[in-house]
Ligand binder design. Structure first.
Ligand SMILES: C[S@@+](CC[C@H](N)C(=O)[O-])C[C@H]1O[C@@H](n2cnc3c(N)ncnc32)[C@H](O)[C@@H]1O
Length: 428
């Protein structure tokens, strides 16, 4: 027997959909970049010849300044080498040994850093313990290679501020365990000091196949009046579930509602073999960034609303990005899409949008002419249980069946460990 919700309560609309102003309209949790303490003050300009980067035994504050002649020859190297040698060329055996020695911790740092997760969620204490028990720097060099110097970071840079704060913290942890500063960390820091801050950054999500999804995202969780310019935890959770259930998607036509930055769909396209994947959203800026992200990952979509274009390789899915506002869809638009599977992640954040979201689902169900109705999967973060119950009550009213999918164990994507998330399977 299907579970039933209690009464759904409605509250007045909050003007900013994802702002935590009342108990009913609660936002997604804060996103990076943020650190437990303020970022160190970092001076941008490269020092002129004859000036040194002063060794910082407590690098919360790397500073540049003229060398004190009375101090004698510098114990540390003068300013950073040119960029071409900033990535130290190390003999493979040494790096391989470093990788072996530090694989688990290095991999944790890699996933967290590439996905731009909040710095307090990194295992700093574990790192510090390891550093204290080690007489060499292989672990730190390995972490450096897997984060700031990772090929994905080099090609698609993270936020400069985030990289600076990360390196400053790494240096601080290292120097609290070892008195001797490590040149490579300063060289990496010097590189990011010259990088411009931007309201956009790249975040990369590693897949079990060794492939990855790289997205251009906003550094702010809400920007340009939308929450759709960053990846939310429910998108990661749904993508993780999809990776464990590829048969749901194989050779089928998928429609995603409220795609945002595109993480879920790109994971499905790369790993689950759909025939057609239609990304959709209502916000112009989101659609623009979404198309850019599809291109970044080898799925060039035509202009918004154009027919699905073939993906990479003969068997790649055809993808499209369409403007689809739940409040304004027409039956004609939905009939043309004819999805087998409907996906949506983190679209239950505002009780005010739920009736029109359910309205679209009802129309999608009605416009399928053939006997096999589409199925839907809606992933959500529980911020206020009443919002979830309201969604369930609206589904009941619309005659749409639903069940809760058993939760899966987090294994792959670095979402917040304490988020409460779920997926509803809908029978339309
Ligand atoms: C919290 S974001 C989630 C984005 C993405 N699914 C994720 O989880 O990372 C909500 C998304 O729903 C979209 N959205 C909100 N109201 C919508 C509507 N009426 N029609 C279509 N999309 C809408 C927003 O533009 C935004 O991209």
């Amino acid at each position: 027997m299907r579970p039933h919700s209690g009464h759904a309560h409605r509250r007045p609309r909050d003007p900013t959909p994802a702002t935590p102003t009342d108990g009913h309209v609660t936002p997604p949790p804060p996103r990076p970049p943020r650190v437990t303490r303020s970022c160190p003050r970092l001076v941008r300009p490269r020092p002129p010849p004859g000036h040194a980067i002063l060794p910082a035994t407590r690098l919360a504050t790397p500073t540049f300044g003229p060398r004190d002649p009375a101090a004698g020859p510098p114990a540390r190297p003068l300013w950073a080498p040119p960029p071409s040698v900033l990535v130290p060329a190390r003999e493979p055996a040494r790096m391989a040994a470093a990788s072996r020695e530090s694989a688990p911790l290095g991999l944790v740092f890699e996933r967290l850093f590439l996905a731009g997760r909040r710095l307090p969620t990194f295992p700093w204490t574990r790192l510090e313990e390891k550093l204290k028990n080690s007489s060499n720097s292989t672990l730190l060099l390995d972490i450096l290679q897997k984060t700031v110097l990772h090929p994905l970071s080099v090609r698609h840079p993270p936020s400069a501020k985030y990289a600076r704060c990360f390196l400053a913290e790494l240096i601080r942890r290292h120097e609290s365990a070892h008195a001797e500063p490590l040149d490579e960390l300063y060289e990496a820091l010097a590189r990011v000091l010259t990088a411009e801050d931007s309201p956009q950054c790249h975040r990369s999500y590693l897949l079990p196949s060794g492939d990855s999804v790289t997205l251009c995202e906003s550094t702010a969780i809400v920007s340009q009046g939308t929450t759709g310019l960053v990846t939310w935890d429910a998108a990661l959770y749904l993508a993780e579930w999809a990776l464990g259930n590829p048969a749901v998607f194989r050779d089928r036509t998928i429609l995603e509602l409220g795609s945002g930055a595109g993480l879920t769909g790109l994971v499905v396209c790369k790993a689950c073999g759909p025939d057609v994947y239609v990304f959709s959203d209502c916000h112009g800026r989101v659609l623009q960034q979404l198309r850019r992200n599809l291109g970044l990952n080898g799925f060039p979509a035509g202009p918004v609303g154009s027919a699905p274009s073939p993906g990479p390789g003969p068997r790649g899915p055809r993808v499209a990005a369409v403007e689809l506002d739940w409040a304004r869809t027409t039956p004609g638009q939905l009939t043309a899409l004819r999805p087998d599977v409907i996906l949506a992640a983190d679209v239950l954040y505002d009780p005010e949008v739920i009736p029109c979201l359910v309205g679209v689902l009802r129309k999608l169900s009605a416009c399928r002419a053939d006997p096999s109705p589409p199925e839907g999967y809606v992933a959500y973060t529980v911020r206020d249980p009443r919002t979830c119950r309201l969604f369930q009550a609206e589904l009941d009213k619309a005659g749409i069946g639903w069940e809760t999918i058993p939760s899966h164990r987090q294994t792959l994507f670095p979402y917040e460990p304490h988020s409460r998330m779920g997926i509803l399977k809908l029978s339309l």
